[in-house]
Design a protein around this ligand. Sequence first.
Ligand code: HEM
Length: 442
Amino acid sequence: MKSIPGPRGLEVLKTIFRFQRDPLTTLSDLTNRYGDIVRYRYGPFSVVLLNHPEAVQRMLQDNHPNYGKKNSPFYKMMRHFLGDGLVTSDGDFWRRQRRLAQPAFGRKRLEGLAPLMVQCTQDMLDQWRRLPPGHVLDAAQEMMKLTLRIVGLALFSLDVSAETRAVAHCLEVLQGQMTRRFQSLMPLPPVLPTPRDRLFRESRRKLEEIAMRIVRERRAQSNRPDDLLTALLEARDPETGEGMSDHQLCDELITFLLAGHETTANALAWTFYLLSLNPDQRRRLEAEVGLNQTPRAEDLSRLPLSERVVLESMRLYPPVWVYGRMSYAADEFMGYPIQKNQIVTVAPYVLHRNPTIWPNPEGFDPDRFLLDRPKGSYVPFAHGPRQCIGNHFAMMEARLLLVTVASQVRLNLQAGTRVGTEALVTLRPRGGLPMTLEWLLN
Ligand code: HEM
């Protein structure tokens, strides 16, 4: 059988250093040079990157039992950050947690959250109205605040606005350090008595404190709201009758706060950025949306362009730009062998720009989503049993926010700004997104 192509000799080292500086370009260059399956080194690890829809489909769906997160050094590292929540766990424990959380993401329940999402957006717009003309705001940061507030209220009936700063700061420290650790040649867990490791542990402890307080307050409440936290808290193992410990609940809470706000915030930030660069597409969207809308969930079916705009934005800037699995047994992709215990990854940022699937890959063209595409070619939420549990929540939220904002105000990128990418755990605009406001009605 053929062996998987990839850098050799000195190129191996060069790739490692290039990856540390600019992972997105490095991965794109690797696929341009070696093809749709590449083996490269990532610090001490050998990693296979899949950039072909058939292979991606096989890993995430068709042969998914062979690919998991157990023993993956990346998810092991992430556990220092997120604990043992739904994103990082695996096996029977993951299956149980997923079963418990799933009902909170049912269609009817999601639709019931629409008014809350729109109201939070309107609150943000009311604050923007009070800004002086010409004020430059950081749209990326605004979206972070908004989606954090929404996910807190929607999943835990909790307005974290008052604590947004503390929570956001802790998440920022953890996320920044996690990325640096991932990128280092010898990723070490944050256990040393160095100032950096101490800051990491302190941030995680502060988050735990906030989460623990929320869990204890909820336990003590007799009249509990009907939300995700109550569902997790009241769930019992059918065999043992045991519930989740406070510690487990904390891990899930932190996981949902992080996974549920930063991703959607980045999707929206990139969407406003792309619309600002593509005024024709923005005008089409505004024509579909109309003025001063407070959309309901059922309105979204008559606003199809809003969906295509969000999909196209996540094609170009997928918030989760890379993810991976570990192979549990030998397998094969496109005639290439995969050994047992091999790290296999998908980088939606690269796959979504594969020119054999996406003509004019760099262009912003929402209408490309009117056409069929091969399975495994568009995976911003992953796919298969471990696909994002919040995908419908996120799509509904992103579209409702987009429609509400686009019906009232244009966000224009500050003149002369060049926006780069920052590939942390999620993909952000580097240094934020400075934008000015142009109100459609005074
Ligand atoms: C545009 C927004 C979002 C994107 C692009 C996104 C993307 C993803 C991706 C790619 C994964 C798989 C990660 C992996 O395999 O390691 C994932 C998993 C997950 N996401 Fe999202 N996500 C988004 C929004 C949300 C929201 C709103 C929530 C919760 C309210 C959420 C909660 C989760 C959870 C809990 C998992 C782990 C699921 C499991 O393994 O069972 N995500 N997400």
